[in-house]
Design a protein around this ligand. Structure first.
Ligand code: ADP
Ligand code: NI
Length: 234
């Protein structure tokens, strides 16, 4: 037991340095981001994923690395090219003193965490979906899209792309396909029905489910108030 202690301490120091570097890498990457994916989204996902990971008995290093890198490979930042996104993250990870198997584990999570992917069953990988590390990061990312913060992000995204807040003449499509989701130019309020209200039932951990309930109820309350105020204008 005693003989492995110094080794473990050495590893912790090494891991702490890798996390610090990765944090700086993500901060630089998201410096100019204004679509609701800013650095603070990544930071919140990291914090929440680590909290969920404790209950899931997931490897905290893999969870933290995957959370910090989860949006860097997003198709939106690689001109719609998913492979390019994976390569950016892979290239970064290969600069670090990490084993190939660890790199693969992190990459498999960062390449699979995405609501857009869940709209196409062919994109899902059953094995990855089952890992506690994937579940922790996936739930944390989806939780950050609901509740008060999620509402702020939806309108930030909509504003950036010049979308109207609401247009009663353009109804939402709750059965939106993956292709339609990528190209929709609908009002931001439609996004609640096309994604946000579905997230609570997509939670993979019990901690995620518990947190999602409260945030979901706030979305419903917000929508009710929104329509009340809209109707009161008439
Ligand atoms: P995530 O980082 O959670 O995977 P996305 O990449 O899908 O989220 O989108 C970033 C943020 O912008 C999220 O909060 C999401 O709900 C919001 N968003 C994405 N598409 C739209 C849209 N068409 N209208 C309004 N908000 C959107
Ligand atoms: Ni995200």
């Amino acid at each position: 037991m005693l003989s492995i202690l110094p080794l473990r301490e050495e590893m912790n120091v090494k891991n702490d340095e890798i996390i610090k570097k990765t944090e700086e890498f993500a901060q630089r990457f998201f410096r100019q981001e204004a679509t609701g994916h800013d650095w603070w989204h990544t930071h919140r996902v990291r914090t929440l994923a680590l909290k969920i990971a404790q209950e899931e008995v997931a490897d905290p290093f893999i969870v933290e690395m995957a959370a910090l890198l989860h949006d860097i490979g997003d198709y939106k930042f690689s001109d719609g090219d998913e492979q390019k996104g994976r390569e950016i993250v892979s290239h970064y990870l290969h600069l670090l003193p990490l084993s190939t198997s660890l790199i693969e584990k992190i990459l498999d999570i960062t390449s699979s965490v995405s609501y857009m992917k869940t709209l196409s069953p062919a994109d899902k990988s059953a094995e990855i979906e089952g890992s506690p590390e994937f579940k922790s990061v996936s739930d944390a990312d989806k939780l950050d899209a609901i509740g008060a913060i999620g509402i702020a992000r939806a309108f930030t995204y909509g504003g950036y792309y010049h979308r109207p807040v609401y247009d009663p003449a353009i109804p939402p499509n709750p059965h939106i396909s993956q292709e339609e989701y990528k190209t929709t130019e609908g009002p931001s309020l439609n996004h609640f029905y096309e994604k946000l209200l579905k997230l609570k039932d997509m939670m993979l951990t019990s901690c995620g489910k518990k947190l999602a309930r409260d945030r979901h109820n706030f979305l419903v309350e917000y929508l009710n108030r929104f329509y009340q105020e809209w109707e009161a204008q008439k």
